[in-house]
Design a protein around this ligand. Structure first.
Ligand code: NI
Ligand code: MN
Length: 226
């Protein structure tokens, strides 16, 4: 799988030739001005929760591409009511798509749309494709439930964890989360976009390094392959 960082918590994943966009918040992000949103490909749009900094660009992207929106039942229903294609899931559930599978995980956060509509429970996701397994934590606190992932689902090739603090885990909690999920390689996200989540990147890397975990911080637009 190829994972491109689009800034904040937005990712573009290529898996078995399919394009999966996670939590698109690109056009309002000053740090992501160089990302060409108009030519972004999407067969699927995966959403962790309904907050504006995760769904801002969903409608435009889904209308242009016809992508299937995968999220919890409430978010899927919200977009279905707007005439968009959606697939509703709920916490703990797994489903096979043509690129591989997605399993919804527990995330401790909140979830409502900008218009006040209830957004259901927030989630993380495990994506399995091309014989690899990645964990996208979504916005979450550190939670003991993360230990269930390696115990019940299996070893991860990459964990994508929020590290910006204030709204989610910061680097210290995220480094403990990485231990809980038994990841040795972590892609950090959900940092630097807004003043309360600006971080010292070198300090964040050293916090992970002290636990023998590699923290990868990509430039916006840069990608990695697992
Ligand atoms: Ni949020
Ligand atoms: Mn967020």
């Amino acid at each position: 799988m190829k994972i491109q960082y689009l800034g904040h918590a937005s990712l573009a994943i290529e898996a078995n030739g399919k394009h999966i966009v996670v939590d698109p918040f690109i056009t309002p992000n000053e740090l992501a001005k160089h990302i060409d949103f108009e030519s972004l490909k999407a067969d699927y749009i995966v959403l962790t929760h309904a907050h504006q900094d995760h769904v801002y660009d969903v409608e435009e992207l889904a209308k242009r591409t016809g992508a299937l929106i995968i999220s919890n039942a409430e978010i899927a229903g919200y977009y279905a009511a707007k005439g968009l294609n959606s697939h509703g899931m709920n916490t703990g559930g797994k489903f096979n798509f043509d690129f591989g599978s997605i399993q919804s995980t527990i995330a401790f956060h909140s979830s409502s749309f900008a218009d006040g509509t209830y957004g259901g429970d927030p989630n993380g996701y495990i994506i399995e494709s091309e014989g690899k397994r990645i964990y996208i934590a979504g916005d979450t606190a550190l939670t003991y439930e993360m230990k269930l992932i390696p115990d019940t689902i299996g070893q991860l090739d990459l964990a994508i964890l929020p590290i910006g603090d204030n709204f989610t885990m910061g680097a210290k909690s995220a480094s403990i989360a990485a231990e809980y999920v038994q990841a040795t390689k972590v892609l950090g996200y959900h940092y630097d976009t807004f003043p309360p989540i600006k971080i010292d990147k070198a300090e964040a890397k050293s916090i992970f390094f002290s636990r023998h975990i590699q923290l990868i911080l990509l430039d916006i637009g840069e990608d990695l392959t697992v």
